[in-house]
Design a protein around this ligand. Structure first.
Ligand SMILES: Nc1ncnc2c1ncn2[C@@H]1O[C@H](COP(=O)(O)OP(=O)(O)O)[C@@H](O)[C@H]1O
Ligand SMILES: [Mg+2]
Length: 177
């Protein structure tokens, strides 16, 4: 995708960073999103507000093709980022997701060790040259996460014993390697 703002050559105007047109999403027979049209400018903050189940998360997942991972889900319509159709067959969803990140409501670790969960991002982005580099990134990340949490909430005796225990759910049960 382009790093520079995309200009509509004919109109000479900046194209929106993200544009959606007539977006429909189906989960099997359930028509979850109907005809969504939206333009989002670069460097702006946009909030989707609505009752539970109205389709906020479904639409957000369209923006990095996370819905591709749900078997019964079909997405129709046109979604462009920097003018590029992100559903074009030549777009690699993994590359797209490296650019269009998401922070979920709840921690959603991969079914791997804490080490592998933290190392996942640096690994796929080639940010470490050696196992030693990666070990350092993981150790620093755990230390930062533990100290951030302590400064916000005060540490519990369990966290003092094991900083990784500050993650919730299965993250806290994942084995450290
Ligand atoms: N994985 C899924 N399989 C089937 N239906 C789903 C799935 N995810 C969401 N839905 C349905 O799609 C609709 C929109 O859900 P969702 O996008 O999660 O809403 P919101 O984020 O606004 O609470 C709801 O009717 C929900 O039940
Ligand atoms: Mg939601």
């Amino acid at each position: 995708m382009n790093e520079m703002p995309v200009v509509d050559a004919e109109a000479g105007t900046l194209l929106p960073k993200i544009s959606a047109s007539k977006v429909q999403v189906f989960y099997g027979e359930t028509h979850a999103i109907k005809d969504v049209d939206l333009k989002i400018a670069d460097r702006t903050v946009t909030a989707f507000i609505g009752p539970s189940g109205c389709g906020k998360s479904t639409f957000l997942r369209c923006l990095n093709r996370m819905n591709d991972t749900i078997d019964i889900c079909r997405v129709r319509g046109d979604i462009r980022i920097d003018g590029e159709d992100i559903y074009d067959p030549k777009v690699d969803p993994v590359q797209l997701r490296a650019k269009v990140g998401m922070v979920f409501q709840k921690p959603n670790p991969f079914p791997k060790s804490i080490y592998d969960n933290i190392a996942y991002g640096p690994r796929i982005h080639g940010l470490s040259r050696s196992k030693g580099d990666l070990d350092e990134i993981v150790a620093n990340s755990l230390q930062k996460a533990a100290s951030t949490r302590r400064s916000r909430t005060g540490s519990t005796s369990r966290e003092r014993a094991c900083p990784a225990a500050s993650n919730s759910g299965c993250a806290s049960r994942a084995p450290l390697r």
